[in-house]
Ligand binder design. Structure first.
Ligand SMILES: [Zn+2]
Length: 311
């Protein structure tokens, strides 16, 4: 169990390092896992790496003026948005100015205003929502358009230990990265199948997989084959992956794009965990996820991904 836990934790770390090495990569990342896991430390690593002006692509340098201001919690180009008020929620006022807003008022800079101007010192402007499951519906809906039209210098990281409570429309705009698998998860959910051990990071994940067992098992079998398949198998695997994506979306009651993003997010983590010395291919899957999230036709993207992986 502990070896599975460590390889999975490493895979989330790999994905984060890939993100930092790919400046044109996804701008919105949701890190999730059981509370007490490493989602928070990875979010901090990601935020610091995005901000740092002298990093070489493998994370923050820890020494430049921006890194020092971030460590001292006074980086002007960074904002952490946490729940506020008696209801402990992130409300509409955190996204944009609300005329005559009823208290409690948001005390930071609303997201839209924050991202309106370029970074003052850092390489990017970064917002961290912690936790993302406390963003209320009004604020979530107001965020959707912003997340789709972020300026090139804007980055958003979100953390949660309750992925099911993050609005699906928000999730579909994020690269969702599963963090550590707690060693005692099987004590909570009982005996786990191979597909569950490969894909689940939280008890909620296990429930999600159990609600669509056949599709996730087909996906697991497909990913296992992809590790050793010859290049000629790429078109067939891509087609199979699209079929599984459709089945997953159907089972979850979500749109086709949700299933495609689910498959690509799992594939990115799978490749990072099983081929840690080949980060270029993991980066290609992350890029594919970004393209599909941006509404590029999935057929061509899936063909491209499997052709890249199976060399
Ligand atoms: Zn730095």
């Amino acid at each position: 169990m502990s070896s599975a836990g460590s390889s999975v934790a490493a895979s989330a770390g790999h994905v984060v390092r890939r993100l930092l090495a790919a400046p044109e990569g996804p701008q919105v990342v949701l890190l999730y896992g059981e509370s007490g896991g490493d989602a928070h430390s990875l979010a901090a690593t990601l935020a610091a790496g995005w901000l740092c002006t002298s990093g070489s692509g493998d994370g923050a340098c820890g020494e430049c003026a921006v890194c020092r201001s971030y460590d001292a919690k006074r980086a002007v180009d960074f904002q952490k948005i946490v729940p506020y008020g008696a209801g402990r929620m992130v409300r509409l006022g955190a996204v944009h100015f609300v005329e005559g807003e009823t208290p409690p008022k948001f005390e930071g800079i609303p997201v839209i205003d924050f991202f309106r101007t370029r970074p003052l010192m850092a390489k990017a402007k970064v917002i961290w929502f912690d936790p993302a499951d406390r963003i209320n519906n009004d604020a979530s809906n107001a965020l959707l358009k912003t997340l789709e039209e972020l300026p090139s210098y804007a980055r958003v990281v979100m953390t949660t230990d309750d992925l099911g409570r993050v609005l699906s429309t928000i999730r579909s705009r994020c690269l969702c990265v599963a963090c550590d698998l707690p060693a005692d998860l099987s004590q909570t959910v009982g005996e786990m199948s191979e597909a569950e051990r490969a894909f689940a990071r939280t008890a909620g994940d296990v429930q999600k997989i159990r609600a669509a067992t056949a599709a996730y098992e087909a996906l697991h079998a497909l990913f296992c084959r992809a590790l050793t398949a010859p290049r000629g198998a790429a078109p067939a695997l891509a087609e199979e992956a699209r079929d599984v994506a459709a089945a997953l979306a159907d089972k979850a009651g979500e749109g086709a794009r949700w299933g495609q993003l689910e498959v690509l997010a799992l594939l990115a983590a799978w490749w990072a965990a099983h081929r840690p010395d080949d980060p270029r291919k993991t980066a290609a899957v992350i890029e594919a996820h970004r393209l599909v999230g941006g509404n590029v036709t999935a057929n061509a993207v899936f063909d491209m991904v499997f052709a890249t992986l199976l060399v």
